[in-house]
Design a binder for this molecule. Structure first.
Ligand SMILES: Cc1cc2nc3c(=O)[nH]c(=O)nc-3n(C[C@H](O)[C@H](O)[C@H](O)COP(=O)(O)O)c2cc1C
Length: 161
């Protein structure tokens, strides 16, 4: 079972979680990075506005072929109760998705809003079967039981190395 872990991370929390999945389950890690870097001011102004409008940022890599993977894990920080513009762009960049499975996760301060439903909808529209989802808040991002729950979701979806 080939696993691909795709994520965006602005301040490192989602990256850390993606790394835990990689360490436990194997697979390839793909970090999507906005071409135009945010700072605190632009993240909370332009970034939040773009997230609210469900826009895509130009990112690198700009194309992600998942045809040779069986399971995709997609992680995003929550911005303005939604996936980040870079995470939206990651979904848009996917090709070879038909018949693939996915697990989605989000990290946030405590108010995920409609981040998970939006991500799931976008992936389903690409022909992907979303088999699990989980949200980490600031309070439980280091909780071993919660992390284990994510790892179990990924391994039961077929991502065990
Ligand atoms: C621009 C911006 C907007 C945010 N909006 C939300 C939000 O709507 N709800 C929430 O719970 N947390 C929000 N947060 C907190 C982040 O989602 C949270 O810290 C996340 O774990 C950061 O992940 P990262 O370190 O991978 O970037 C926001 C953070 C930033 C920088």
């Amino acid at each position: 079972m080939e696993l691909c872990i795709i994520y965006h991370s602005y301040s490192g929390i989602t990256r850390k979680m993606a790394g835990k999945i990689r360490d436990s389950c194997g697979g390839d890690l793909i970090e999507v990075v906005p071409l135009q870097k945010y700072n605190t001011l632009t993240a909370y102004t332009m970034g939040c506005m773009r997230a609210r409008n469900q826009e895509c940022d130009p990112i690198t890599p700009d194309a992600i072929d998942v045809s040779h993977y069986d399971l995709i894990v997609l992680g995003t920080p929550v911005w303005m109760y939604k996936p980040t513009p870079a995470a939206n762009a990651a979904v848009a960049a996917l090709s070879g998705c038909s018949g693939k499975k996915a697990v989605v996760f989000a990290t946030c301060g405590g108010k995920p809003g409609d981040t998970i439903p939006l991500l799931k909808k976008a992936l389903v529209e690409k022909g992907i079967d979303v088999v699990g989802d989980i949200v980490f808040t600031k309070a439980d991002v280091d909780n071993p039981e919660k992390i284990q729950k994510l790892l179990s979701l990924v391994s039961s979806a077929g991502g065990l190395r």
